[in-house]
Design a protein around this ligand. Structure first.
Ligand code: CP
Length: 308
């Protein structure tokens, strides 16, 4: 694996290798081992052209725990504001001996552009991790979601997983769907209004439900998504109140799922829009453990890319 750009096409064995490696990092962190020397002497550049709380911070923590030097480019103060192109920026950072780029960008495909450029200039030793590109992919979120599901539920083949909300604009949902398929998940449901679901879901073997109650019934895992207004280009949106009425996860709706169902959310949450606070803070929510697992999963991805 040279780059991690998508979960689409990632073989089950590679996903399992990443999850197993993450498990061992999580295990050593519980033994109070704070750092391992796997990326000592390597420079990881965090290039976040779009806002982030969880992904940027956990990548930084993960790289530091692997003993890498971490450089967070402050994009708003960088020379991209003076018109420097993305690839000129990359060339300059490679000249500073970058070993890995962690890239978030509003444009789908930006991390691919960087990876292709590095190949063209003969720098296959420099790795790219997609930290979320437009509405296309967020592979490390997909992998940490799989880690979370495996942690609580073990066998994917026996599970019903419901992904609820704005799947059309969600790079997380796309990454989850590919990874869930690769891991042989029993049943995957996409739940939401017609306008927020992509058209080809049934071709992926996903069961489409427009009714929340039907979508949640007897589910083992519920993944809630927020309305990604920033990617809707002014489309007519339901009001937050209308949306919550039809698709908000309340305690009454959660009661339709299996009693031991877990509730996930990639964050950021919009309380009172897609999820009720009583559920978000309740005993079935594993939203904060997802964040913690993200550190181990990102350590695994970076150490595997670096050849460990
Ligand atoms: N899940 C996720 O990508 O969160 P951030 O936007 O805060 O990184």
């Amino acid at each position: 694996l040279t780059h991690l750009l998508s979960t689409d096409g990632l073989p089950r064995e590679v996903i399992t290798q990443i999850l197993d490696t993450a498990s061992s990092f999580l295990e050593i962190s519980t033994r109070d081992v704070k750092k391992v020397p796997l990326l000592r002497g390597k420079s990881v550049f965090n290039l976040f052209f779009e806002n982030s709380t969880r992904t940027r911070t956990t990548f930084e923590i993960a790289a530091k725990r692997l003993s890498a030097d971490v450089i967070n480019l402050d994009v708003s103060r960088s020379s991209t504001a003076k018109g420097e192109t993305l690839l000129d920026t990359i060339d300059n950072l490679v000249a500073m001996h970058a070993d890995m780029f962690v890239v978030r960008h509003a444009s789908s495909g930006a991390p691919y552009l960087i990876a292709e450029h590095l190949q063209r200039v003969g720098r296959d030793d420099v790795h790219v991790v997609n930290a979320g590109d437009g509405r296309h992919a967020h592979p490390t979120q997909g992998l940490l979601d799989m880690f979370t599901i495996r942690h609580y539920k073990q066998d994917f083949s026996q599970l019903t997983v419901a992904i609820v909300g704005d799947i059309l604009h969600s790079r997380v949902a796309r990454s989850d769907l590919h990874a869930l398929a690769a891991l042989g998940t029993g049943e995957v449901r996409a739940v939401g209004p017609q306008t927020l679901l992509p058209s080809a879901l049934d071709k992926m073997g996903v069961r489409v439900c427009h009714d929340l109650a039907t979508g949640l019934r007897d589910a083992d895992v519920i993944i809630m998504l927020r309305l990604q207004n920033e990617r809707m280009n002014g489309a007519l949106l339901p009001s937050a109140r209308e949306y919550f009425h039809c698709y908000g996860l309340t305690p009454a709706m959660l009661a339709l799922a299996k009693p031991d169902a877990i509730v996930m959310h990639p964050g950021p949450m919009n309380r009172g829009v897609e999820i009720d606070s009583e559920v978000a803070d309740g005993p079935q929510a594993v939203i904060l453990p997802q964040v913690t697992f993200g550190i181990a999963v990102r350590m695994a991805v970076m150490s595997i890319l670096a050849g460990n």
